[in-house]
Unconditional design. Structure first.
Lengths: 528, 395
């Protein structure tokens, strides 16, 4: 029986705790009385995931017929699936997407469906490479579809491949992928890593255009989502739900398949990363020493390569299929069951060690904007109820934050960092002054469509994700960050955690309450 | 020649090192004789150290100049000094026809474009394109120089010596800033934010209303601060230039880094292979590069210039200028405009350090490393060092 999440109060006997620091980690000794949030242990994996998938397709939830009944010869079938941003780290083969799509294709074949197209629902993310697609879908699917031009990547900048379905009652444009919208059936295959994913967000975001996305990927929406992990209190989700219902009303038939993962995040060689430190055995301590010592002598680029090559052993913990909202309600329950940790009260200072990866730097560099987004956009928002840190509190992040960008993946990020953040770090001002120019820049469009670049507007969204945290806290300190890069972000830099805590005391007062968010593995702080 | 070679080698290690091993030395020489009527003695008060001086001292000057200078010369052409009657003057150092007793003057001098004079190696003076490169005239880094009446501009009382010593370099920048076709420049670029670059920014922002957006490449923090103060512009680091221009102009980018569009005007205030390559990478097809920085021998791939029909125009010194606005106005002397610009933009702030002549090596090393050390213009202060009234630096 996996143990639930846990809040440890640091005392004199507490061993140092592990804190992620990019492509590496440090051991922290927090003051006595500090709290450390540990995620729940991984839930049991499905014993036979393929059979579970088959059962889910045959016994859908909500107002939906079983998948075989929806499949007819001569129909147009589109299967859309989540892109490279999920899961994190990328999972060992076979990926959930492969298992599910193979099952769907088997049923489609049985029904005689031969007009099938696969679409990677990447929204404004970068296109996946063939190797990445092969990893996610498996060789069999890739080889059957890609050579025939039947494995597509959504292009949010191709007017001929988009269709405008209408406006919501809030005046939001709903424009999505034409092939998906005009198919007789759209099957969406999701991997739910956090409670934010899935539901109507899958199609309404993953297959949408900038014209549509801008209605919920903006500063106002982000500031009014408390948090993204709590759909009932997330304006981001409200907007996606309105759009999703309009898509359904427009006649787009969606069969949603969602899977959840347990939090068995790291392979055995890195097993110490998901154990509680006082339970480290001799092997864990030896692994930690071996890894951390060798990282001390490893050039950053090589360390990045090593970490990016990690494939996670996380396993499918649930699968459900059918009508979008009914499916997602079940999925969310599973995610909460895996990730929620009860926490009593907020804290003055929250300490977050940031790992080497976030949704947007798979096989890439965690540039400073992504560091900010991971810390303030994602980790900060991994709460239900109230933020872990109190209003006016301080967020301390630990990450080297190098002034370094992948020019193939993040060209507009470089410009955003050099031009926009040099001018202002105010999300509202940034949105007003700069967003449109970046979003409509032909060069970024070209790179997004033909290379492997995130859309020109994407760094803006990263910054908007931070908007709620920037509104909420009084200070952000990055321990061990590049001085110039941290300054450009508008944050403070500290050399050591001790220095950072002292700096934070200047903001929140003496003897502050301190909480370390010991993540990953993923968790959601359920703050009462 | 061995000393020039030594200076060149030493400066390869550290710019300004030529002052220690090259032909420059501090020594006593006789006051220069007056070459002819219409000449008078001037005692320098402040005399700036220019990039071209540094190139000479470090042995990096092009051999192109050899027939245009006469040895031994006393450097120093950015000069505010005083006449025998005590009145202050700024020197306009170009030694054109009138200073050489050539009458009638060459067509360039006759038209006011004295910087293009055809007779800089002829007439009754030895060769020398400017005071400071001509043996018989002396130079600003000495106690006394001789100047033709036409070279001297009275300094308004309101001008400090620091402001006055900025008039000559500002005139160079101003002349360059006014080159390049007038009208409709959405984006222009200034590469370099030393004295020349900063004065060019000031000149563009006050005299080029036809330029909307100005992108300035400034490497050092103090340069960035000053550029911001001197004119509305976008400041970028050298490595950021192409991206900044691309964003402003909506260009696409070729694999080589060459922009498909770009800025219509680029002012290169550095003059190195690197700065010229940068200029060529960001100038639009049919655009113009104005080369203000003294280039010397550079290696640049001109294929893009050929294929994109880009123009490069040199910008040497000054003479008379036709203002962009009002376009129909009468030409004005560059120095007159320069006095106005120095006052209007407060360019005396660019004078960062003054040295007595006996610390010339420190001064030159400071000037050579000015940007990194937070300085802009370094000058010699000859006002109080009376004991050096009879001593001069000589190259």
């Amino acid at each position: 029986m996996p143990r639930p999440g846990f809040v440890l109060e640091v005392d004199r006997s507490t061993p140092p705790t592990l804190c992620w620091h990019g492509e590496g980690f440090k051991l922290l000794r927090l003051p006595v009385g500090s709290r450390i949030l540990y995620p729940p242990e991984p839930l049991a994996a499905l014993k036979d995931p393929d059979e579970a998938i088959r059962q889910a397709l045959l016994h859908p939830v909500g107002d939906s017929a079983p998948l075989p009944e929806l499949l007819k010869a001569g129909m147009r079938l589109t299967i859309a699936f989540d892109d490279i941003s999920l899961p994190l780290p990328p999972m060992e083969r076979p990926d959930n997407r492969q298992r599910v799509i193979e099952a769907v294709l088997d049923m489609a074949a049985d029904a005689g469906v031969d007009d099938v197209v696969l679409i990677c629902a990447l929204a404004l993310h970068r296109r996946m490479t063939s190797e990445e697609l092969r990893h996610a879908l498996g060789d069999r699917i890739y080889d059957a579809f890609a050579p025939h031009g039947l494995l597509l990547q959504h292009d949010a900048e191709d007017p001929s491949a988009l269709v405008h379905l209408g406006m919501t009652d809030h005046g939001e444009d709903v424009e999505i992928n034409r092939r998906a919208a005009e198919s007789d059936l759209l099957v969406y295959v999701n991997i739910n890593l956090v409670a934010m994913d899935g539901g109507h967000k899958s199609v309404a975001t993953g297959l949408a255009s900038y014209r549509s996305l801008r209605h919920h990927h903006n500063v106002r929406t982000m500031q009014h989502s408390r948090s993204f992990m709590d759909q009932a209190r997330s304006e981001l989700h409200s907007s996606n739900w309105r759009m999703g219902r309009l898509i359904a009303a427009a006649g787009v038939k969606i069969f949603q398949i969602e899977t959840t993962l347990n939090t068995d995040t790291f392979p055995p060689a890195f097993g110490f990363l998901q154990k509680r430190e006082w339970e480290w055995g001799a092997k864990d301590r030896a692994s930690y020493l071996a890894v951390s010592k060798s990282l001390d002598h490893t050039p950053p680029r090589m360390a990045r390569t090593i970490f990016q090559s990690i494939k996670s052993p996380h396993k499918m913990s649930s699968v459900q299929a059918g009508e979008v909202e009914a499916v997602h309600a079940v999925t969310t329950d599973h995610v909460y069951r895996q990730q929620l940790v009860d926490v009593e009260g907020q804290t003055d200072i929250v300490v977050m060690g940031l790992p080497y990866i976030c949704p947007y730097n798979v096989n890439s560099i965690m540039n400073p904007i992504l560091v900010a987004c991971l810390g303030l956009g994602y980790f900060f928002n991994l709460y239900r109820g109230k933020p872990l840190v109190r209003p006016g509190g301080v967020v301390i992040l630990s990450h080297p934050t190098p002034w370094s960008f992948n020019p193939i993946h993040h060209p507009s990020y470089i410009d955003f960092f050099e031009e926009v953040l040099a001018d202002t770090t105010d999300p509202v001002e940034i949105e007003k002054t700069y967003e449109e120019r970046f979003a409509t820049d032909d060069w970024y469009r070209h790179l997004y469509r033909t290379s492997y670049a995130y859309h020109g507007v994407h760094p803006f969204y990263m910054w908007y994700w931070c908007a709620h945290a920037l509104d909420h806290v009084a200070g952000v300190i990055i321990v061990g960050g590049d001085t110039k890069a941290v300054h450009r972000l508008g944050f403070k830099r500290a050399s050591t955690m001790r220095d950072a805590l002292e700096m934070a005391e200047d903001i929140v007062g003496r003897d502050p309450s301190i909480t370390q968010f010991h993540c990953p593995p993923m968790m959601i702080a359920d703050v009462h | 020649m061995p000393k020039f070679a030594a200076a060149r080698v030493a400066s390869g290690w550290r710019s300004g090192s030529g002052a220690r091993v090259g032909p420059l030395r501090l020594t006593d020489v006789d006051e220069p004789d007056l070459p002819a009527s219409g000449w008078q003695r001037v005692r320098p008060r402040l005399s700036g150290i220019c990039g071209s001086d540094l190139a000479s001292i470090d042995g990096r000057s092009s051999r192109y100049f050899e027939p245009l200078v006469s040895f031994p010369f006393i450097p120093g052409h950015e000069v505010v000094g005083e006449r025998d009657d005590g009145t202050r003057v700024v020197l306009e150092p170009v030694l054109r026809c009138v200073t050489r007793g050539i009458d009638p003057p060459c067509p360039a001098c006759a038209s006011g474009q004295t910087n293009r004079c055809r007779n800089m190696a002829f007439g009754h003076l030895k060769p020398g394109l400017q005071t400071g490169y001509c043996a018989p005239t002396g130079g600003g880094w000495g106690a006394t120089l001789v100047a033709h009446d036409s070279q001297l501009h009275a300094v308004p009382e309101s001008f400090t010596d620091q402001a006055a010593v900025m008039v000559e370099p500002t005139a160079c920048a101003l002349h360059g800033a006014l080159l390049g076709p007038a009208g409709g420049h959405e984006t222009a670029v200034v590469i370099g934010a030393g004295t020349l670059g900063l004065c060019t920014v000031a000149a563009i922002r006050r005299l080029r209303p036809d330029i909307d957006n100005l992108v300035v490449v400034a490497k050092h923090p103090e340069q960035r601060r000053l550029a911001t103060e001197l004119g509305s512009c976008t400041i970028v680091q050298p490595g950021e230039l192409a991206r900044a221009v691309r964003r402003r102009t909506g260009s696409l980018v070729l694999d080589s880094g060459q922009l498909t569009g770009g800025a219509s005007l680029v002012f290169d205030c550095v003059g190195s292979s690197q700065s010229l390559a940068s200029a060529l990478a960001v100038v639009e097809p049919g655009g113009t590069i104005v080369l203000l920085g003294m280039p010397g021998e550079v290696k640049v791939d001109l294929t893009g210039l050929w294929q994109r029909e880009v123009s490069i125009t040199g910008a040497y010194a000054y003479g008379t200028e036709q203002l962009v606005s009002p376009a129909s106005g009468q030409p004005r002397r560059t120095f007159d405009l320069s006095f106005e610009l120095v006052a209007d933009a407060g360019l005396e702030r660019l004078v960062s350090a003054l040295y007595p002549l006996n610390r010339y090596r420190e001064a030159i090393e400071h000037a050579a490393d000015a940007g990194r050390r937070g300085a802009t213009k370094v000058a010699f202060d000859l006002r109080t060092s009376k004991k050096f009234r009879s001593k001069e630096t000589q190259a």
